[in-house]
Design a protein around this ligand. Sequence first.
Ligand code: KG4
Ligand code: ZN
Length: 354
Amino acid sequence: MFYLCTPIFIPKTLEKETIYILAIESSCDDTSAAVLKNDTVLSNVVASQEIHEEYGGVVPELASRAHQQNIVPVVNQALAQANIDKKQLSAIAFTRGPGLMGSLLVGTSFAKSLALGLDIPLIEVNHMQAHILAHFINDASMAKPSFPFLALTISGGHTQIVKVSDYFKMEILGQTLDDAVGEAFDKSAKLLGLPYPGGPLIDKYATHGNPLKFPFPKPKVKGLDFSFSGLKTSILYFIQKKTAHNPNFIKENLEDICASVQYTIVNILMDKLKKATKLTGIKEVAIGGGVSANSGIRKALKDVQKSHQWNVYLPNFEYCTDNAAMIGIVGYLKFKNKDFSAQDITAKARYAIS
Ligand code: KG4
Ligand code: ZN
């Protein structure tokens, strides 16, 4: 066996003027491409895959096929919206992991080929780091946290409290022992007969419901770790019991059930976050990941900002759920550090944040 020599590309003109990054995200079921001019987003195109709705969850095989179909038009649209020609690009950043292997392979292979073809550097990005570093996108409507800060990363695959001491110095203080919080939302929604992804629908129905109508138990988990599998089971038993007496129970109480589920989940998250600020003495708190779009968690954080004198950072909605702009900001930060990847880099389905 022999290995081809794959040197890391170092551009001669590294210190020069403006940096244009093309970023690609394909870790789950959204194909996204963005163009950044330094730390400013020029375009951020996301193609969501509706095919998974009918299966009640992401089907990995279908996701990778859809990425194959979407990636070229999505990248072309991102370049067109940014009014940038491929030849102007300084580097290609891509999501290396964590995520679904088949999905990651599409973005990784595309990014490698394009960087090779254009003879520009390639930059690998950790998806969960990107959810956190999205806060450093230059956007007048978003304030930037100061180091050190605590990040609550809440998505369909993760639930973590991370201490962020610097851009690339992150330490996990606590995480879920079973389901991620996004899964808890989606699985609860499925039990209520709502389509995938159910998180945004629970949020929508919760707006008009009574959060105290149906109390659900909160798990007892030590330290800063989380658990959501028990909640799912108690919702299942609750629904089974209620519908046995009244088949229309869900329909008649949907808003109150959604509000109660959301209230319980938000309380679980907030309790641990409060504990983390007490243990670390850090009152700079940022959230990231798809579930940070949830109105319940956003409101709870704004309330605690006042009552506990925290500085709370909420990303704009377009930077909460999976998007390539967050990959682009990490690409920009790594470009400045000359932190480039070799052409033999591979996708990583499991990829720790630190
Ligand atoms: O970060 P993300 O887009 O993909 C992953 O990396 O997992 O997160 C997707 C998750 C899904 O579970 C979805 O239901 C949830 O985020 N989500 C929400 C809301 N918007 C998205 N959950 C609750 N309320 C929302 N508004
Ligand atoms: Zn994500």
